[in-house]
Design a protein around this ligand. Structure first.
Ligand code: PGA
Length: 247
């Protein structure tokens, strides 16, 4: 699956141009595993503009419950909007909004309770990467966020090294492949149903490096920030994905 994470970007006019261009390109690509996470404000616009296409539209984040929580979007609002998936635990939420694993675990449980597909983002800092602590960090994030809870069959994990997000630096695709296998093992061994989740890679994916990632067996797709803001570039990446994984 390829997911666009638009973060706090977009406006009604440029979104319309984006969707028109994307629809033109999609008619020749025909991939079946595409997701877009626009802002909450633009969710309905994108859902309506792309309604005739097989594209999942989801949220970038969600609150744990509704009620007296000024500024929040609750899980039942998400259901009301008919979302297809929801990102949780993105490193920008962890860093800028001080969300810890305990809070992300509550978000995970809220999504499970409402039967919404969770995309749990995990990743290590550059310091942890350099110290060889990547797997330890990922295991602890997985354990604290989801283990011991019901593991949803449609759970997706997005591995996003913090130091690779928006920087142009990426780990080696072969190393990412090994890390994804590790992530799948950790989740599988905790899953009563022996579930092996799909694992997406995120962090400076572009159309030049995409082929090197998608050739790897355990890289099941990508979560794409900057490169998803241009409909042509995003379509190019989907085309590459489709060539490698959907033939
Ligand atoms: P990037 O962002 O593709 O701009 O590095 C990825 C993400 O933050 O999900």
């Amino acid at each position: 699956m390829i997911i666009a994470n638009w973060k706090a970007n977009g406006d009604f006019e440029s979104n319309k141009v984006w969707c028109n261009r994307f629809i033109e390109r999609m008619s020749s690509i025909g991939s079946k595993s595409i997701g877009i996470a626009p802002s909450h404000l633009h969710f309905n616009q994108i859902k309506s503009d792309l309604k005739d296409h097989d594209i999942e539209i989801g949220f970038q984040d969600i609150d744990i419950e509704g009620g007296a929580r000024t500024g929040s979007i609750s899980p039942s609002m998400a259901i009301d909007s008919n979302i297809s998936f929801c990102l949780i635990g993105h490193s920008e939420r962890r860093e800028i909004f001080n969300e810890d694993n305990n809070y992300i675990s509550k978000k995970y449980q809220a999504l499970t309770k409402h039967n919404i597909k969770p995309i749990l983002c995990i990743g290590e800092s550059y310091k942890e990467f350099q110290a060889g602590k990547t797997e330890k960090k990922l295991q602890s994030q997985i354990e604290k966020c989801i283990l011991g809870k019901t593991i949803q069959e449609n759970l997706i994990i997005a591995y996003e090294p913090i130091w690779a997000i928006g920087t142009g630096n990426t780990p080696k695709p072969k190393d990412v492949n090994t890390i994804h296998e590790f992530i799948k093992d950790v989740v599988q061994s905790a899953s009563e149903k022996n579930l092996r989740p799909k694992v997406l890679y995120g962090g400076s994916v572009n159309k030049l490096n995409a082929p090197d990632f998608f050739v790897e067996k355990n890289i099941d797709g990508a979560l794409i920030g900057g490169a998803s803001l241009d409909a042509n570039v995003f379509s190019d990446i989907i085309e590459i994905f489709s060539r490698h994984k959907e033939k």
